[in-house]
Design a binder for this molecule. Structure first.
Ligand code: GLN
Length: 541
């Protein structure tokens, strides 16, 4: 039977619970266990697809087309596994299933109660995911912070599971220990309060991961141990690190993996974090940098800059840069700036390469098109991701094919030359306001054209599978003209003849993908398109 480790968060959000969960998974995997991870989001939303990335961060897409929280992306990157819809649970999904079952007389006429019927639905989903992946250990990250009303039913599920199988369930609290500047001392009280809140839900943490600026000293560990009722050796320091990929190694220094196994009555089967250690050494020692600009719009929130919306893009850049022994330096470029002051485009010359990532709606689009034009003309390596591919087609249509009014139907429904058009089935969905989970989502087959850059990048494979999330596509009516003027259709979907990859010749690297390659990049296996993009970036110009 699978063991379950529930990971909850205390004190505040944004302290890296997802990365901590992923890191625990990595360690246990390195000790010879089959590990999987599940993210629970306490939102009423059925999935993350309808959420604004500025508010929620990146929407990650799995092979099977689930739009989920960015943490699922972290799990995939750390565990090097492809996860599925079973690895993402929301309040919306759980209630929807319970209500549907009730409507189908699935509860055989009895009254359906929030407790235990809702937690039972949660538990049955966890068991299903464990079986499907044949896992020895299932990590379950409960979103939000303890003490919130929202995640109570999930804590209930965890508590009930423990009651049923006391030896197979473990609780880990990821907490935060602030060091107020004026006081200069690390404070444990918020963590004590968080544990008390967890106790109120009937849960006693077995292990506390103490997130803080620095490692915990002895007095702090002792205090947490006594007040929070855990052994001192189960208070694990989780200090800030330069790179998230160091975290599994740091946890191992504190013997976290063996403590977990011991509590679950398991013995390590092997030990192998070698490749991971090698990667971390590279990360810490690379000196020469590669400077990549990301032209986007989802990073400004009030006075703060958020990078979470582009998380997988950032990670994919890093993986490829490290592979080529470069230190990634990423610059956030607000697209709208290029609309208001075109002169600012000159700054792109100081970069080794430019990426326009995915996006929705017309804000910033014209600025991005200007940046793409600048890269095309000045031979700056360019990688377009989804929207970034579509805008590269628009730019080419306008400035090379001379179709002045070329646009995407997304931004200008009645433009003369809709070189990017809505997919027919999407038109109906939009009209009926059926937005949730209805885009072209998940992995689709793409046939590569031999001789192209992309084909070479992918090791001359004929077919590849990549993940999608979009409603618009290159309009085949314009394909012949675009090709005649020099655009290469490097990849197409064989079933529907949709263009999935475009390239330009006579340019060091100019590639646009209708799919999102960033979702499939892994720390020890960079994505081929990112790898070749970075390779072009580091070539002397
Ligand atoms: N808005 C575009 C579309 O729906 C691009 C989507 C994206 O970049 N993910 O087709």
């Amino acid at each position: 039977m699978a063991r379950y480790i529930f990971v909850a968060g205390g004190v505040m959000s944004g302290i890296g619970k997802g990365v901590a969960t992923s890191s625990i998974g990595k360690i246990l995997q390195s000790k010879g266990f089959r590990v999987t991870a599940i993210k629970i989001d306490p939102y009423v939303n059925v999935d993350a697809g309808t959420m604004n990335p500025i508010e929620h961060g990146e929407i990650f897409v799995t092979d099977d087309g689930t739009e989920c929280d960015q943490d699922v992306g972290n799990y995939e990157r750390f565990l090097n596994e492809n996860l599925t819809t079973a690895h993402y649970i929301t309040t919306g999904r759980v209630y929807r299933a319970v209500i549907e079952r009730e409507r189908n007389l699935g509860y055989k006429g009895r009254s359906v109660e929030v407790v235990p019927d809702v937690p039972n639905e949660v538990i049955s989903r966890l068991i299903k995911a464990a079986k499907k992946t044949k896992s020895d250990i299932v990590l379950v990250e409960i979103g939000g912070t303890v003490g919130e009303y929202q995640n109570l039913i999930f804590l209930e599920a965890a508590r009930i599971r423990k009651l049923q199988h006391p030896k197979e369930v473990l609780f880990i609290l990821v907490s935060y220990l602030p060091v107020p500047e004026k006081i200069g001392e690390m404070k444990t009280k918020p963590t004590q309060t968080a544990v008390r809140l967890l106790n109120e839900a009937g849960i006693q943490p077995d292990i506390i991961l103490a997130r803080a600026k620095v490692s915990l000293d002895e007095p702090r560990k002792r205090k947490i141990s006594i007040f929070c009722n855990v052994l001192k050796k189960d208070v694990i320091s989780a200090p800030d690190v330069g790179s998230i990929y160091e975290i599994p190694l740091n946890f191992e220094k504190e013997n976290l993996g063996n403590r977990i196994l011991k509590k679950l009555n398991l013995k390590p089967r092997k030990k192998n974090l070698k490749d991971w250690g090698k990667l971390v050494r590279t990360i810490k020692t690379v000196k020469e940098s590669v400077r990549i600009g990301v032209v986007g719009k989802y990073f400004e929130t009030g006075e703060f800059t958020l990078m979470d919306s582009y998380l997988s893009v950032i990670e994919a850049i890093k993986h490829a840069a490290w592979f080529l022994k470069r230190k990634p330096e990423i610059f956030w470029l607000t697209a709208e700036k290029y609309e208001n002051e075109p002169k600012a485009l000159a700054e792109l010359k100081n970069l080794d390469g430019v990426i326009v990532p995915g996006g929705f709606g017309s804000r910033g689009v014209e600025g991005k098109i200007r940046a793409i034009e600048f890269c095309r003309k000045n031979k700056i390596p360019y990688l377009g991701l989804c929207l970034g591919m579509q805008l590269a087609v628009i730019e080419f249509a306008r400035n090379v094919c001379r179709l002045k009014d070329a646009n995407s139907a997304e931004f200008s429904a009645n433009c003369q030359y809709p070189v990017i058009d809505v997919m027919p089935e999407q038109k109906t969905l939009i009209k009926e306001k059926k937005y949730g989970g209805t885009m072209r989502l998940g992995a689709y087959k793409c046939e590569l054209k031999s001789g192209t850059k992309s084909w070479r990048a992918y090791g001359k494979q004929k077919y590849i599978f990549e993940r999608h999330r979009h409603r618009y596509e290159l309009n085949n009516k314009f394909r012949a003209l675009l090709e005649k003027k020099g655009m290469v259709m490097a990849g197409t979907n064989p079933e529907r003849d949709l263009v999935e990859l475009i390239e330009l010749k006579n340019h060091p690297f100019f590639v646009g993908a209708q799919f999102h390659p960033e979702y499939k990049s892994r720390p020890l296996r960079p994505h081929p398109l990112f790898r070749e993009f970075i390779r072009a970036c580091v070539l002397p110009r």
